[in-house]
Design a protein around this ligand. Structure first.
Ligand code: AMP
Ligand code: MG
Length: 479
């Protein structure tokens, strides 16, 4: 049994809509993330029981569940949508893990809500399993993210371009407050709600901010810092979120709403996977700029709380947003330095790293494997094509640090993953599950990407880039 305490449901009525459990044809557990359930202090046996699966499918709510759909707004591809919300999702409730951390249990694909607009409230099995694999891979890489507790088949058919099996994703997050949640109330001129939401967010995510001289500014600073750090972590593993709309940007600094996301194989800064991102707005290299822009939308929504008069508020908001680039650069450089084995910071590190990336782009080098190959090169191995000029410069820089090459290489292999959820492998696993009901490829892929650093026996194909005919050019929206 799960004991819920629903603090969000104690916020004013206009923050959400209460929902009755939906009807689900034939809920069947596809996968339960047992180690994660244990870590959360949840009982895997209960979760896998008829009662547990009914809850995970959104078909029955246990005593104490909140069962609410949250309202929010958001800038989608730069255009403001004044009302979005949980159109196919449900906040079941909040629980606390053994460390005292509060989490939301949230279902995606659980049916229509007042925020569904034209949608059917459903999710297809493919996108649900994609979120499962990618979110768990991100967690294993140490990147803040919502987690996947379970995937449940609904036994229903979902109509997209094709007819697909339906599923529900049970995810766990520090909260589901988005930049767009603040924007929703700010756009309606509901200052009281903006303040109530900010007070709630401070209490839940930035309790120290409550004691700061300017609590709302301290909260904004916290979100900016978390977001800048998060994006630096994405960049360091070649992750492309794909839909960085403000409604998909968590104020808890977690990666959220995995849709047409992917990890890059060949390095190119302009890489885009999302089939709906025609302008490349959310291309790999644009992500820091977009996150910065999203923070400006948050600052704008919070502005009335940031100063006694408009000038003071605008100046404070601006100062908070201006901090983004510095925090991002520092975090990014720290991660990239570690990726190439540097232990100290020097003024020309940024140009050394840019030089490597430029050479990688020229060679169409695999982003992930390049860093593993560099570690192997420390034993004076042959220099790969295109890096003839760069490697000696790098070796000179490393030599100046005077560390033992084998130790540097070992350290590099603890920050540079060998296994990422490569798109062609993800597609292969989803197809097997969707078409044949075969979850073995998914399990094998999960096994590789949830222990991403040390080589695993019989896992060579999970480390290998796609062959030319296996390359996936686009991923489709998770609807
Ligand atoms: P997303 O891009 O998946 O984060 O979704 C953007 C908005 O569309 C959110 O408000 C979702 O709740 C809503 N939405 C997406 N897919 C569906 C669907 N199948 N049915 C209803 N609403 C949806
Ligand atoms: Mg979303």
């Amino acid at each position: 049994m799960l004991i819920f305490d629903n603090s969000y449901a104690r916020l004013p009525d206009r923050f959400y809509t209460r929902m009755e459990p939906g009807r689900v044809a034939a809920p069947k557990l596809l996968r339960l993330n047992v180690p994660f359930a244990r870590q959360l202090g949840l009982d895997p046996e209960w979760l896998a029981s008829v009662e547990g699966v009914a809850m995970l499918a959104g078909a029955a709510m246990p005593e104490g569940a909140a069962s609410i759909a949250l309202v929010y707004a958001g800038h989608q591809f730069g255009h403001f949508s004044p009302q979005l919300g949980d159109g196919r999702a449900l906040l079941v409730g909040e629980f606390t893990d053994p460390d005292g951390q509060r989490y939301d249990l949230h279902l995606k694909g659980s049916g229509r809500t007042p925020y569904s607009r034209g949608g059917d409230g459903r999710a297809a099995m493919g996108p649900v399993l994609r979120e499962y694999v990618v979110s768990e891979a991100m967690a294993a890489l140490g990147i803040p993210t919502t987690r996947t507790l379970a995937a449940v088949a609904t036994g229903e058919r979902v109509v997209r371009e094709q007819i697909l099996p339906g599923a529900v994703l049970a995810r766990v997050a520090k909260s589901h407050i988005r930049v767009g949640t603040f924007e929703y109330f700010a756009a309606r001129g509901d200052g009281e709600a903006v303040k109530a939401l900010a007070d709630y967010a401070i209490q839940r995510h930035d309790p120290a901010a409550a004691n700061a001289a300017q609590p709302y500014r301290a909260f904004l600073d916290g979100v900016v810092a978390r977001t800048a750090d998060l994006i630096a972590r994405w960049m360091a593993v070649g992750f492309i979120h794909g839909v960085m709309n403000t409604d998909n940007m968590s104020i808890a600094g977690e990666t959220i709403d995995y849709g047409p996301c992917a990890f890059m194989d060949e390095y190119h800064p302009a890489t885009v996977f999302s089939s709906i991102d025609h302008q490349g707005r959310y291309a790999y290299a644009n992500q820091p700029r977009i996150a910065h822009w999203n923070m400006a939308r948050l600052a704008q929504a919070l502005a009335p709380l940031l100063g006694d008069d408009e000038d003071a508020a605008v100046a404070s908001a601006q100062a908070a947003i201006d901090a983004f680039s510095g925090i991002f650069e520092d975090a990014y450089l720290a991660r990239m330095r570690a990726k190439i084995g540097l232990a100290t910071a020097q003024p020309d590190d940024a140009s050394l790293i840019d030089g490597l990336l430029a050479a990688m782009a020229n060679q169409k080098a695999d982003f992930t494997l390049t860093f593993r190959h560099l570690a192997a090169l420390l034993g004076d191995g042959p220099i790969p094509e295109g890096l003839e000029a760069w490697v000696p410069e790098w070796r000179k820089r490393l030599a100046a640090e005077g560390q033992v090459p084998s130790e540097i290489a070992a350290r590099m292999d603890t920050v540079n993953p060998l296994y990422i959820p490569r798109n062609h492998l993800v597609e292969e696993a989803l197809a097997a599950a969707e078409i044949n009901g075969d979850l073995e490829p998914l399990d094998a892929l999960l096994g590789a990407v949830t222990a991403p650093y040390a080589p695993q026996a019989h896992a060579a194909r999970y480390a290998a880039p796609p062959l030319p005919h296996e390359i996936v050019e686009a991923t489709f929206c998770g609807t």
